[in-house]
Design a protein around this ligand. Structure first.
Ligand SMILES: [Zn+2]
Length: 96
């Protein structure tokens, strides 16, 4: 089986984008071992070097984090920003 890392969208400079435009929605990445990877880690040398024997560092998918407030990068442990849940500190009540 051969996975194709080139399918993931990249910016013009070859970096994995942190946000989807238009809209500025936060993007996160999935590695081949199903771990969640933040955009910062995705752009680190560990992930940008293709090594088929190192599946935890092979990115296979990217997605927008719409509203999960407990999505964390499995590599650095940082919480991954969400498109909506982080944006309504000023709204009353709403989603819990
Ligand atoms: Zn990270």
């Amino acid at each position: 089986m051969r996975m194709d890392q080139k399918q993931l969208p990249r910016d013009a400079d070859g970096k994995y984008p942190a946000y989807a435009w238009p809209g500025g929605y936060p993007i996160f990445y999935m590695a081949a071992d199903d771990s969640v990877v933040c955009s910062t880690c995705a752009n680190s040398p560990d992930y940008r070097t293709w090594n088929e024997d190192d599946i935890e560092h092979i990115l296979v998918a990217s997605d927008i984090n719409w509203e999960s407030t407990d999505l964390y990068c499995d590599d650095c442990g940082e919480r991954i920003e969400s498109a909506y849940a982080d944006d309504d500190d000023t709204t009353e009540g709403g989603v819990s």
